[in-house]
Design a protein around this ligand. Structure first.
Ligand code: UT7
Length: 336
C-alpha cells in the first residue's frame, strides 16, 4: 500500500457492545454499610446505584468477554477476523498475564494478538487513539477495543469516600476502516504524573511489593484524594474538550453529543457548560452504573447507540488516575 492510499484510510467505530452484572448496589444499601446517605451521594456525585459482579470466581475478563460477545453476536462478526484485541483496565485478572490474551482466546479471536492498556479512567480514550492510528496506518483492519473493570475487587467497602463511587462493567467497540467519510477526526491526550498518589493503589507493584504491612495498611485498595482529583478533573476535562472544539472550528451548537467519562455528574455538568452544550446533548448513565473506570465511555456508546446517525459529531472527554486525561472528536459512521 503506498502512502497516498494510506492517507485515505479513516478509522471508524463500526459496532458496539456492553455488559453490566445483574446485582445492584443502591445508595440505600450503602447507607447500611458506611456512614453515608442517599441525599449526599446523589447531590455530590449524581449516582443512585451501581452494578457489582458478586461472584468472586469471576474477574474483569468475565465482564470483557460478555461485552465482546454482545458486540460480536449483535453484529454477526466472526471472531477469527479480528487482528488485535485490547483491554483497557486497572483491574486485570492478574498483575502478570495480560487479561486481553485470555479474553481473545475465550471469544475465539485466534488470529488476533492482544494486550492490556492501563491509563485508568482515560484507558478507553487512549485505546481509541491506538486503534485509530493502527487502522489509519493500514497495518490492521479489525480491532476490538474493550474497556472493563471489576472495581469492586479493589474498593474498600468500609471507606465511604470511595465505595460510593465505583461500579463494575464492560463495554466494547470495533474499529475498522470507515465505510464512508466519517470516523476518527482529532484527539488531544495529556498526562501528568506529579499527582499519581492522589488516585492510586499504592502497593502490589514494584514500589511497594506486597508485605504484611502493606496488607494491614490497606494499600491494596483504591485510594482517592477526592478534592485534589476533582479540582484537576473539573478544569482539565473542560480545557481539553474546548481545545478540540476550537481547533476544529466547532461551536457547542455544532456538537451532537458529548460522551464524557462518568466520574461525577458535577464534573460533567461543568464540562458541558464550558462547551455551551444543552442538556440533551450530554450522554449520562452515572446514576445507575456509577464510575466503571475504563468501561464508562463504551457503556455510554452501547446505551445510546440507537440515537446516533451517520455524521453525528461526538466529543469524548475523560480524566483519571495518573493523572491521565484527554478529549477526542469522532464523527459517527453508521446507523444501527
Ligand atoms: O474517575 C477518576 C477521576 N475521579 C474523579 O474525577 C472524582 C473526583 N472527586 C469527586 O468526585 C469528589 O471529590 C467526591 C465525590 C469523591 C467527594 O465529593 P466532595 O464534594 O469533594 O466531598 P469532600 O471530599 O470535600 O467531602 C465533603 C464532606 C466531608 O465532611 P467535612 O469534612 O466537610 O465534615 C466528608 O467527610 O463530606 C464528607 N463525606 C461524606 N459524607 C457522606 C465524604 N464522603 C461522604 C459520604 N457520605 N460518602
Amino acid at each position: 500500500m503506498n502512502l497516498e492510499e494510506n492517507k485515505r484510510i479513516k478509522a471508524a467505530i463500526t459496532a458496539v457492545g456492553g455488559y453490566v452484572p445483574e446485582t445492584i448496589l443502591s445508595n440505600q444499601d450503602l447507607e447500611k454499610m458506611v456512614d453515608t446517605n442517599d441525599a449526599w451521594i446523589t447531590s455530590r456525585t449524581g449516582i443512585k446505584e451501581r452494578r457489582i459482579l458478586k461472584d468472586n470466581q469471576k474477574a474483569t475478563s468475565y465482564l470483557a468477554i460478555k461485552a465482546a460477545e454482545n458486540l460480536l453476536s449483535k453484529n454477526a462478526i466472526d471472531p477469527t477476523s479480528l487482528d488485535l484485541l485490547i483491554v483497557a483496565t486497572v483491574t486485570p485478572d492478574m498483575p502478570v498475564a495480560a487479561t486481553a490474551a485470555y479474553v481473545a482466546s475465550e471469544i475465539g479471536a485466534t488470529n488476533a494478538f492482544a494486550f492490556d492498556l492501563n491509563a485508568a479512567c482515560s484507558g478507553f480514550l487512549y485505546g481509541m487513539s491506538i486503534c485509530a492510528s493502527y487502522i489509519r496506518s493500514g497495518q490492521y483492519k479489525r480491532i476490538l477495543l474493550i474497556g472493563a473493570d471489576k472495581m469492586s475487587s479493589i474498593v474498600d467497602y468500609t471507606d465511604r469516600t470511595t465505595c460510593i463511587i465505583f461500579g463494575d462493567g464492560g463495554g466494547a467497540v470495533l474499529f475498522e476502516p470507515s465505510p464512508n467519510e466519517f470516523g476518527w477526526e482529532d484527539e488531544y491526550l495529556r498526562s501528568d504524573g506529579t499527582e499519581r498518589m492522589s488516585l492510586s493503589i499504592k502497593a502490589g507493584g514494584s514500589l511497594y511489593p506486597t508485605t504484611q504491612n502493606t496488607l494491614d495498611s490497606g494499600w491494596h485498595n483504591i485510594h482517592q484524594e477526592g478534592k485534589v482529583v476533582f479540582k484537576f478533573a473539573v478544569s482539565e476535562m473542560a480545557n481539553v474538550a474546548e481545545k478540540i472544539l476550537v481547533r476544529n472550528h466547532l461551536k457547542g451548537s455544532d456538537i451532537d453529543y458529548l460522551v464524557p467519562h462518568q466520574a461525577n455528574k458535577r464534573i460533567v455538568d461543568a464540562t458541558a457548560q464550558r462547551l455551551n452544550l444543552s442538556e440533551e446533548k450530554v450522554l449520562m448513565n452515572i446514576s445507575h452504573y456509577g464510575n466503571t473506570t475504563a468501561a464508562t465511555l463504551p457503556l455510554l456508546l452501547n446505551d445510546f447507540e440507537s440515537k446516533f446517525t451517520p455524521g453525528d459529531k461526538l466529543i469524548f472527554a475523560a480524566f483519571g488516575g495518573g493523572f491521565t486525561w484527554g478529549a477526542a472528536y469522532l464523527t459517527w459512521a453508521y446507523k444501527n
